[in-house]
Write a protein that binds this ligand. Structure first.
Ligand code: ATP
Ligand code: MG
Length: 366
């Protein structure tokens, strides 16, 4: 039987509430499928600051490096908003991403049939939408040197950021996109702004070269990032996998998220490099934050976190069958009319975080 180690970092706010439901599904998978998980738990974010004075302890960092996958809830909250930058809860998450070298951020935008009216677009435009945005996460303008604010005198200052990409950085994230496409709709659209940026031109050339060398079976297209932003709203179903840099990916993935409805439904995965045995470091987390406004009331939607575990099943453990089971259970519960407050609509049954968990487990049992 396959055995995997999972590190759960529930974090702050609604993190622990939604992760409790994830734990129940992990236990269900261990009980009912030929899969075995050894689960450990740790602290990250504000709760780690309270316990150890730092948002991520060395011991937890070691555990994360050793785990087959890390499942994170959310970090942060008003209680820790005033501390200095490196002592903020978010610094714990940033350190995890950096030390695990998670260079590919996967954000699916999927419209569930039962929630098609929650989209910002017309039902006919988004019904059946299933796209995957792959964002480069460790390079580009957020990290390039030189950077900073310079004082030029006479009350004038200059703010500088630099977009830098190298061929290996571009091709490793493009590779993730091509591999994903092969298991989905077999199409990749690469987005940059080669018309005004040198790094965009290099991006275009490096993706094209990798495609020609190794992925000719996948359909590749190129689109300027601003055009892609328009096309996502005009006709999102033309896309299968989108691969783009850190900055454009930040924007396009948020835009795509709004096509699907509630933030409580959106999972994400961040993947690192594969080692010789094909094993990747990986961290899975919901797109939403710690939602301090609703924390502790058992009303948060656990589906984003549950679907993030589904992505772990798919991308870390190669268990598409179990991931599909979980996806279907979520779909059926929504079809049955069960709704947490964030996705509530007239005529549906409003439920709590834990009752949503109960319903999904019951559906898995069927
Ligand atoms: P961060 O800065 O940590 O990314 P944020 O402050 O931008 O987070 P969230 O914490 O995600 O945003 O909260 C934004 C809004 O969405 C809040 O009103 C919150 O209650 C709501 N929300 C977020 N996650 C959920 C969820 N799982 N279920 C229900 N509502 C949610
Ligand atoms: Mg916030």
């Amino acid at each position: 039987m396959a055995a995997y180690s999972l590190l759960m970092l529930p974090g702050d706010g609604i993190g622990p509430e939604v992760m409790r439901q994830v734990r129940r599904v992990i236990d269900w998978m261990s009980r009912r499928r030929d899969l075995e998980f050894t689960v450990s738990e740790g602290l990250v974010g504000g709760c780690a600051i309270d316990a150890h004075g730092v948002p991520l302890s060395e011991a937890t960092m070691e555990q994360a490096l050793a785990a087959d996958a890390v499942l994170l809830g959310a970090v942060g909250g008003p209680k820790w908003d005033t501390v200095s930058y490196d002592k903020r809860p978010e610094a714990g998450l940033l350190r995890l991403r950096k030390e695990l070298e998670l260079f590919a951020n996967l954000r699916p935008a999927v419209v569930f049939d039962a929630l098609v009216d929650a989209s910002t677009l017309k039902p006919e435009v988004v019904r059946g939408l299933d796209i995957m945005i792959v964002r480069e996460l460790t390079g580009g303008i957020y990290f390039g040197e030189p950077r900073g604010i310079e004082d030029l005198g006479n009350g004038i200052r200059r703010g500088i950021n630099t977009q830098v990409y190298t061929t290996p950085e571009i091709q490793r994230v493009a590779r993730v996109a091509f591999e994903l496409a092969r298991k989905r709709g077999n199409k990749v659209c690469s987005c940059e702004k080669r018309n005004v940026m040198e790094s965009g031109l290099l991006w275009n050339q490096d993706v094209t070269a990798l495609h020609a060398a190794e992925y000719k079976d996948v359909e590749l297209s190129h689109m300027l990032a601003d055009a892609a932003a328009m096309q996502l709203v005009r006709n999102p179903k033309q896309f299968d996998v989108i691969v783009t840099d850190n900055l454009f990916g930040d924007i396009l993935s948020d835009e795509a998220a709004m096509l699907t409805g509630s933030i409580g439904m959106l999972p994400s995965a961040s993947l690192g490099a594969a080692d010789a045995s094909g094993r990747r470091k990986a961290l899975y987390e919901p797109v939403h934050g710690s939602a301090p406004d609703i924390a502790g009331r058992d009303v948060a939607n656990p589906i984003a976190s549950l679907l993030s575990f589904g992505m772990a099943l798919r991308y870390s453990f190669d268990r598409a069958e179990e991931a599909d089971l979980l996806d279907r259970a979520v779909q059926n519960v929504l079809k049955g009319g069960m709704r947490t407050a964030d996705i509530m609509s007239p005529g549906m049954a409003r439920c709590s975080t834990s009752v949503m968990g109960d319903s999904i487990l019951r559906e898995l049992d069927k």
